[in-house]
Design a protein around this ligand. Structure first.
Ligand SMILES: [Zn+2]
Length: 287
């Protein structure tokens, strides 16, 4: 959990980071931090909360602002927005962590000036948002692109997957949790020559190809701790190009894809700065 107080990446007044524990501990720590910051810096105008999902984003729903059904212990059905509003009487913007990061990248990072891009994070889990004209794509709920099912060659990769809902979906096979469960180490620890690198690149290339076919984004931003492993991004570009080129324009999707599949402009702060961008939008009236 990362909390920031400020008005943008160049104006961070206070910051606090701590591990995600049970909801009462986490939410109390976060709201205490904001109350302390108000004493120090004056009134906070609005609050943005970018949460792991799944969450209810429908403002007319009785469970708006709740984390819904999650494997994270103690977090199912927790009313995050209600908790914040009970403690601090402020406007609250609420979205998924990946939509938040996408908004941050649109405002200040690699998505600036783009009409349509995908933000994907590959960390403990895998999630992603589609940002259209600056707004996250929503439907009945929010996209869950980490749970698509990639081709799983069980001879090459007999690992059954770790997703509690689907087993060998993308998150089940290619998330940080899956990598550690399969090889007892992270990509970085295993090194670029270990077979984990090509396997991981193949699964993420599958996602990039699917996104390309379905959304036709101008860019795919790949963030998160796993995606930052040295050598992974170039391997994902290469495998994506192999997967899609020849069908879509080689001019657009061939060669290196250096400007197409990119790292976040805001680095590992995309999520936290995204929540700040969400709050800022409330204040500026562009939410
Ligand atoms: Zn899954």
């Amino acid at each position: 959990m990362v909390c920031l107080v400020g008005s943008g990446p160049e104006d961070i007044r206070a910051e606090l980071a701590f591990p995600t524990e049970t909801p009462d501990i986490v939410l109390k720590r976060a709201t205490d931090f904001l109350l302390d910051s108000e004493e120090q810096f004056g009134d906070i105008a609005a609050i943005g909360f970018a949460s792991f999902g799944p969450v209810d984003l429908h403002t007319d729903s009785p469970t708006f602002g709740h984390v819904t059904r999650t494997p994270k212990i103690g977090w199912s059905s927790v009313d995050v927005v209600g908790w914040i509003r009970r403690t601090l009487d402020k406007p609250v913007a609420f979205d998924t962590d990946v939509n938040g990061a996408g908004i941050g990248e649109y405002e200040w990072g690699a998505g600036r000036g783009l009409n349509n891009f995908a933000y994907v994070t590959v960390g403990t889990g895998i999630g992603g948002g589609i940002i259209l004209d600056g707004q996250p794509l929503r439907g009945v709920s929010h996209p869950e692109i980490g749970h698509i099912r990639p081709h799983h060659d069980r001879e090459r990769d007999p690992f059954p997957g770790v997703c509690p809902f689907h087993g060998d979906c993308l998150e089940g096979l290619a998330s940080g949790s899956a990598i550690v469960a399969r090889w007892n180490g992270t990509l970085e620890e295993l090194g670029p020559d270990h077979k984990s690198m090509q396997l991981e690149a193949g699964y993420l290339a599958h996602l990039c190809a699917e996104l390309t076919y379905i959304v036709s984004p101008q860019k795919i931003i790949l963030g998160g701790g796993v995606a930052a492993a040295p050598g992974l991004l170039p391997a994902v570009r290469r495998r994506t190009s192999e997967t899609i080129s020849g069908y879509l324009s080689d001019e657009l999707y061939g060669d290196a894809l250096d400007d197409y599949i990119v790292e976040p402009g805001l680095g590992n702060r995309a999520g936290a700065l995204g929540a700040l961008a969400m709050a800022r939008r409330l204040v500026l009236g562009s939410a």
